[in-house]
Design a protein around this ligand. Structure first.
Ligand code: ASP
Length: 290
């Protein structure tokens, strides 16, 4: 019997060893609980992952949205994606500047264009013309999260993501990031690449975090579903194997995933991953390190 609804969030796979993540964990716990209430009341998985990621972007607590770090040229280039499992509709933006909510921009690409991925200045113009909220002064808007002030920690990784199963059995995933620390202008990671960092179909919904170059080369997010569909793997086994492939290439990170029966898995092979989940059984779980 499927679990009626389920949701998981991540706040990035690059926590600083020994740092106290109590504020982030409290935020994740409150947010996942609220998102669960919406799912229990019948909200769609798509609406729920979008809303949860938008709240994390606006919080400034993670390396995404308001908490973004600048690239090596001093510009704030953000990436995001969203995917609806039942329809496999997807939208994404890359290297987007000047828009408060990259996940809202990804949703707009999905719903109001015939495209899946739009990048750079053209994406920004499209979003401004569509009325998305602009960042009027990047210098004061962005408040790089605590991680970005710790110079010694490299490579810096941190992203936000959400996956959900709703009461109608639909799955959805969304991910938003400022990418890795000290990134090259124009660099895109796995986050906006459908299949690499973000994926949802009717088998599983997946949102990844970690060193994006390796997640791209292992096509991690879609690989989780493929291993289940072609190989008959369980969600847990599929996610572990997809991450192991990525690690074998030299990368590190983690993912959150939910399958059609409402099972959630939150694996990582980095030093930690800010993560939280709740489901219709009423349990709530939040953690950063192992
Ligand atoms: N995966 C993201 C990227 O490579 C970074 C992260 O998850 O922290 O852009």
């Amino acid at each position: 019997v499927a679990i009626d609804w389920a949701i998981a969030l991540h706040g990035g796979a690059g926590p600083i060893p020994g740092r106290d993540y109590a504020p982030e964990e409290a935020h994740l716990t409150a947010l996942v609980t609220e998102a669960g209430r919406h799912l229990a009341a019948g909200a769609s998985a798509l609406e729920t992952v979008h809303a949860a990621v938008a709240v994390m972007e606006a919080s400034g607590l993670y390396l995404a949205g308001r908490g973004a770090q600048a690239n090596t040229a001093g510009a704030y280039e953000l990436d995001a994606a969203i995917m609806d499992g039942a329809s496999r509709r997807a939208g994404a933006v890359g290297a987007l500047q000047g828009i408060v909510s990259p996940v809202a921009a990804a949703r707009l690409v999905m719903e109001r264009t015939p495209n899946v991925l739009i990048v750079g200045a053209a994406a920004q113009r499209l979003m401004l013309a569509a009325g998305l909220e602009p960042v009027t002064d990047p210098a004061t808007y962005y408040r790089p999260s605590a991680e970005t002030t710790v110079q010694a920690y490299a490579p810096m990784i941190g992203t936000v993501g959400a996956v959900a199963r709703d009461r109608d059995g639909r799955l959805a995933a969304a991910t938003s990031t400022a990418g890795i620390g000290a990134k090259t202008p124009g660099r895109l990671g796995d986050t906006p690449l459908i299949g690499a960092g973000t994926w949802a179909d009717d088998t599983a919904a997946v949102s990844c975090t970690g060193l994006g170059e390796y997640f791209i080369r292992a096509n991690v997010a879609a690989d989780v579903s493929a291993r289940m569909r072609y190989g008959g793997a369980s969600l847990e086994a599929a996610a572990a194997a997809a991450l192991a492939t990525m690690k074998s290439l030299g990368g590190e990170g983690g993912l959150i995933a939910v399958s059609a029966d409402g099972t959630i898995t939150l694996p990582f092979n980095s030093g930690g991953m800010k993560r939280a989940m709740t489901d219709a059984t009423g349990r709530v779980f939040t953690a950063t390190f192992a």
